[in-house]
Design a protein around this ligand. Structure first.
Ligand SMILES: Nc1ncnc2c1ncn2[C@@H]1O[C@H](COP(=O)(O)OP(=O)(O)O)[C@@H](O)[C@H]1O
Ligand SMILES: [Mg+2]
Length: 295
């Protein structure tokens, strides 16, 4: 396949994206692409720029330079428009509506695809009621899909950590994406939950979606992904098959060189400068109760 053919087939093309914060270059001239149906891993030590890169793709940040083309069009840097275009994500620090049920959280994801405006919602006419019924049914299907059928009516904040992560995935899927971006989906999970998460991501791919996943768990990444990109200090260090990336001594060096802060647990408790405070939810809904987050 020529490069030109690869480019026209790509679902997502990232051209030369740079994100500066004052003097700090968090993402440095990164080129990247995702083909339909692919699972791509994004790895790199803490602070490498992985979450910032996701934020540039999903409209939370406007890259300082560069361009993001998704599904044939340049992506507008607005989270809501990005979701509409077919890209959905989960967050390193879980962002659920803690005082809503699991089902309601998924329904929220679905609202970006329903047509009822404020007026129909107030009148609550037949069209509103039909859409509401459909939204509820689809949300239940998605809860079943991610393995949460037994906790439909539980408040999100009462769910186990692993279940909250799966619920975030269900909410992302409710937006009917073509590509889902998962930021550390297994952080805080036990080994059994991690295996389930792996199966779930394969199932998502098999349903026709492309997936980009950030993770620290190398076994998880190398087992799951078709391709892996390693970022170090904002730069793409290497991109290749799991075998190529795994055997590159620079990758090991990049991790060892950064010391013990690389524990997955540290990733959820460590500084996340994006912290959910800088921008609205990609669904365009109000930000969830910060107090409900599991730090
Ligand atoms: N909103 C922001 N303002 C200033 N610096 C930021 C901001 N977001 C991220 N950074 C910095 O950018 C770098 C990359 O952070 P991040 O993308 O969270 O890394 P990773 O997800 O790979 O751990 C870090 O040095 C971080 O402190
Ligand atoms: Mg991160």
């Amino acid at each position: 396949m020529t490069q030109a053919e690869a480019d026209t087939q790509a679902l997502l093309t990232v051209e030369n994206v740079t994100m500066r914060f004052g003097g700090l270059v968090a993402v440095d001239s990164v080129n990247f692409h995702v083909n339909p149906g692919e699972i791509v891993g994004l790895i790199g030590p803490n602070g490498a720029g992985k979450t910032t890169f996701f934020n540039c793709l999903t409209g939370l940040y406007l890259p300082t330079t560069g361009r993001v083309v998704f599904d044939g069009a340049v992506l507008p840097p607005k989270p809501r428009k990005v979701v509409k275009a077919g890209m959905a994500r989960t967050f390193q620090n879980i962002r659920l509506f803690g005082n809503m049920t699991a089902l309601e959280n998924v329904m929220v994801g679905r609202y970006c695809r329903t047509s009822s405006g404020a007026f129909t919602s107030i009148i609550r006419g037949p069209k509103f009621r039909r859409e509401e019924r459909e939204t509820r049914a689809r949300a239940q299907e998605l809860l079943d899909f991610v393995g949460l059928s037994t906790v439909t009516d539980h408040l999100a904040r009462n769910l186990s950590y692993g279940d909250q992560r799966r619920l975030e995935i269900a909410r992302a899927l409710a937006t009917e994406p073509k590509l889902v971006l998962l930021d550390e989906p297994t952080a805080g999970m036990n080994p059994q939950e991690t295996r389930q998460a792996e199966q779930l991501i394969f199932k998502i791919r098999d349903s026709g979606l492309a997936v980009v996943v950030i993770e620290h768990d190398m076994r998880f990444i190398f087992n799951l992904c078709d391709r892996v990109l390693c970022l170090v200090q904002g730069k793409a260090l290497i991109e290749g098959t799991p075998a190529e990336v795994q055997s590159d001594p620079r990758v090991i060096e990049a991790y060892i060189g950064t010391g013990p802060a690389e524990e997955p647990a540290a990733a959820t408790t460590g500084p996340d400068p994006t912290g959910g405070r800088t921008a609205p939810e990609p669904t365009g809904r109000p930000a969830p109760d910060e107090g409900d987050r599991h730090a």
